[in-house]
Write a protein that binds this ligand. Structure first.
Ligand SMILES: NC(=O)c1ccc[n+]([C@@H]2O[C@H](COP(=O)([O-])OP(=O)(O)OC[C@H]3O[C@@H](n4cnc5c(N)ncnc54)[C@H](O)[C@@H]3O)[C@@H](O)[C@H]2O)c1
Ligand SMILES: *[C@@H]1O[C@H](CO)[C@@H](O)[C@H](O)[C@H]1NC(C)=O
Length: 427
């Protein structure tokens, strides 16, 4: 699946264990402390009751204005013949950042939107934004559920394409915060499609589904025509729902739709919640890593796909996306609806992943091998990419050892490790 192969610990609500007893010097201070604790408990309870502590409330904040419009217009400027102007959602995310850079580099106009939520360290999202800003790519800080911001954006820019990558990712986190998946992957998608269908001209939409829609299938490799009605996680279910929802907008409003089923994307500027990333982190710190094992002791395997290959698949999808046929909410004729696997076609087991990391880091991992709990992860993924090869010219060229070498190099640079320091940590 796209995600972690070991338990993630986003560590959002940390318990604060300070020693309070010394402060209870007198009855009156004790009374004050009691009041304070009651207030604290009440606010904490109301905090967790909302459930959606990742959802930013952008609707009451006015993000727009003349300065804002200027930045949007400048960022969307096209610098090549027949170039595109692309709205990239989730632009501060892992894939969104790389796709935005590639489009800008070849002369397309790019405007990003991202809510910078704290599912993983927002500092990484801000660092990515900084990199994009240095290339004159503006990322609007807003939620895709904010229809006012979307309407304003489409008023200013006639987007030819929407590259929709914003989503609540991660498989296991759904047990902690299920609503965030509905918020971003269902409600957010519908808000975005509503805007796209009303736009005149309508943009063509390319969006990220996931290999997780293959769920409990055991026929390999996974082909686009295989059944996708047995998802193993809420994440997968919302991606599957996205495929059906986009189909409806294609059918009713003539929106051109391309859905991309990514297979475990990795690389520089990647996601900290994914196994290759946290394994690297823990190995460097000398901390143990948890390696899951499937039924009957079989190793888990993933069809790891390097980010540059995924970017080529995304750009190829934009380039070959037929036009939307409707305008202002009225369909005028049939529009294309496409779905593609974007994988690497060579699954690698998790122990092999770990040994490649060990070589790159010149350190041994402390492995904790345990049986996989039934929490949404599937035992293996393997893509059949012949359709994407034929229609998009998609051809992955980076194998896992090469890609991980590039990832580790980035990781050591980004987190300020020096070569010598890494060696000295070695036990
Ligand atoms: N990385 C993978 O292995 C993988 C595999 C399959 C599918 N995908 C899909 O590809 C897309 C990109 O994934 P990624 O790995 O870059 O993840 P990511 O989490 O790094 O990027 C997603 C970005 O979207 C933003 N976002 C989330 N909800 C939002 C909302 N409601 N409004 C505005 N912004 C919002 C987040 O802040 C984040 O920056 C996602 O749709 C993901 O589900 C990824
Ligand atoms: C891969 O998918 C194509 C359709 O795109 C299909 O014709 C082919 O049989 C599949 N290959 C395998 C090995 O399943």
């Amino acid at each position: 699946m796209d995600e972690e192969l070991f338990p993630s610990t986003p560590g959002k609500i940390k318990s604060d264990r300070r020693t309070f007893h010394r402060c209870f010097a007198s009855t009156s201070t004790m009374f004050l402390w009691a009041l304070f604790l009651i207030a604290l408990t009440a606010s904490y309870l109301s905090f967790i009751a909302t459930g959606n502590h990742h959802i930013h409330h952008t609707s009451h904040r006015s993000v727009t204005g003349p300065h804002w419009e200027k930045r949007v217009v400048s960022s969307s400027q096209i610098h090549r013949k027949n170039g595109f102007s692309v709205l990239v959602t989730g632009a501060a995310g892992f894939v969104g950042t790389h796709v935005s850079l590639a489009l800008k580099k070849r002369g397309d106009g790019v405007v990003g939107i991202d809510n910078f939520n704290d599912y993983y360290d927002p500092a990484l999202k801000k660092a990515r934004r900084k990199m994009l800003e240095s290339k004159n790519i503006f990322i609007i800080n807003a939620d895709i559920n904010d229809q006012n911001v979307l309407a304003k954006l489409f008023e200013i820019v006639a987007f030819t394409h929407v590259m929709h990558l914003a989503a609540q990712a991660g498989v296991r986190y759904a047990m902690e915060n299920p609503k965030s998946y509905v918020h971003s992957n269902i409600a957010g998608l519908v808000t975005l499609l509503e805007q796209c269908k009303s736009a005149d001209p309508q943009p063509a939409v390319v969006w990220a589904s996931s290999s997780s829609v293959y769920g409990l299938n055991d026929k390999v490799p996974f082909s686009e025509s295989d059944r996708t009605d047995q998802p193993a996680s809420l994440y997968a279910a919302t991606k599957k729902a996205g495929e059906e929802i986009t189909h409806t907008y294609n059918h009713i409003y003539g929106l051109s739709i391309t859905g991309l089923r990514f297979f475990t994307v990795y690389g520089p500027w990647g996601r900290p919640d994914m196994a290759y990333f946290s394994f690297t982190k823990n190995i460097l710190k000398g901390k143990p890593i948890t390696v899951y094992r499937g039924k009957n002791g079989v190793d888990l395997a993933r069809d790891f796909t390097y980010i540059d290959d995924i970017v080529k698949g995304c750009v190829g999808s934009l380039d070959t996306a037929g036009k939307s046929t409707g305008s202002g909410g009225k369909k005028k004729g049939p529009a294309p609806y496409r779905i593609f696997n974007l994988g690497n076609t060579s699954p690698v087991t998790v122990p092999t992943l770990v040994s490649i990391l060990e070589k790159n880091l010149k350190m041994k991992a402390k492995k904790n091998v345990v049986d996989m709990p039934g929490n949404g992860d599937v035992p293996f993924t393997h893509a059949n990419i012949s359709l994407a090869q034929r229609e998009l010219g998609y051809k992955p060229t980076t194998d896992l050892p090469t890609g991980l070498r590039k990832f580790v190099k980035w990781y050591l640079w980004y987190y300020g490790y020096e070569q010598g320091k890494v060696k000295s940590v070695k036990s």
